[in-house]
Design a binder for this molecule. Structure first.
Ligand code: ADP
Length: 283
């Protein structure tokens, strides 16, 4: 696997921390401005740890930065660099002005064209991640961010792992996002490119339901039992049938039959060329 690129070390004096953007599992994300010598000042997001963070959390944050350093794609949140000399440490990321895809679809009215475009953009970012031999393991609308121009980019590599030669990763336990997780990952801890594809289908469902909780009204245990027994999310109201067919392909029981992200990009791009999506609603 390719972990050949090191994150760039930035000088602490170049960063001015402005305000808090959000809190994560073990970190705080700040809006900041970065002024590198001989470069224009840019707005960035600086991810840091809470004061009471443990050593292993520091390592996990730096590991996330190392994974992100390998990626360079229009639909993956870019790593600008790290500040590891002195405290607090910062992981400096491209600033995503419009926040998470989840919050955006919950609070704003989105067009059918935007819904297909975001789906295609996420699939494209994921194809890149897989091409480098990584699996994400926590793909969901909450972990996709929107830029100032509303481009969707995959973020949050806290759970990302290099895939093994067998192209799957056996989890050592820990928290599993049950509602986004494929049956073979729930039952046998088999995380692969194809469990990321399953999660992508659920992410599309979120995009078409204003980020409704998948399997609303069921607790995680019930979701686990029903999904492993073959239950699947229904077609959201107002979701064109060709789009639902794509989601459903992501939820095929046999993971080998699910499409790759390359295939998903092609299928979604074909729907996208129908710019006003009008024909989608006729089928
Ligand atoms: P979590 O651990 O909850 O998945 P993070 O620690 O990555 O999340 O981020 C917490 C919050 O900070 C996000 O929900 C988002 O609102 C904000 N955030 C994270 N990264 C960025 C970014 N690059 N640009 C703008 N906002 C960000």
């Amino acid at each position: 696997m390719q972990l050949s690129k090191e994150p760039r070390e930035l000088n602490r004096e170049w960063l001015i921390v402005l305000s808090e953007l959000g809190q994560g599992a073990f970190g705080i994300v700040y809006e900041a401005s970065l002024s590198e010598p001989k470069a224009p000042e840019i707005q960035v997001a600086a991810k840091s740890l809470r004061k009471d963070a443990m050593d292993n959390e520091r390592e996990e944050l730096l590991e996330e930065a190392l994974v992100m350093a390998q990626m360079e794609h229009a639909n993956v949140v870019g790593l600008i660099g790290v500040i590891t000399k002195g405290r607090p440490i910062y992981v400096v990321l491209e600033h995503m002005r419009n926040g998470s895809l989840k919050d955006y679809v919950m609070n704003k009215t989105c067009t059918p064209a935007q819904q297909v475009t975001w789906s295609r953009q996420v699939a494209s970012g994921m194809a890149h991640i897989h091409s480098l031999g990584f699996i994400h393991r926590d793909l969901a609308a909450r972990n996709v961010l929107l830029s100032a121009s509303l481009t969707a980019k995959v973020a949050d590599f806290g759970l990302a792992r290099e895939s093994t030669d067998d192209a799957y990763y056996r989890s050592r336990g820990g928290n599993v996002p049950v509602r986004w997780t494929a049956p073979e990952a729930l039952e046998d801890n088999i995380f692969s490119e194809k469990s990321d594809v399953w999660a992508f289908g659920v992410l599309m469902y979120e995009v078409y339901t204003k980020a409704a909780m998948p399997y609303t009204g069921w607790n995680n245990q019930r979701v686990w039992i029903e999904v492993t027994n073959g239950f699947r999310l229904p077609c959201p109201a107002d979701c064109p049938l060709p789009v639902f067919k794509i989601m459903s392909m992501c939820w095929l029981h046999d993971r080998h039959e699910r499409p790759s992200f390359e295939t998903l990009v092609k299928a979604l791009a074909a729907l996208e060329t129908d710019s006003d999506m009008s024909s989608l609603f006729q089928s």
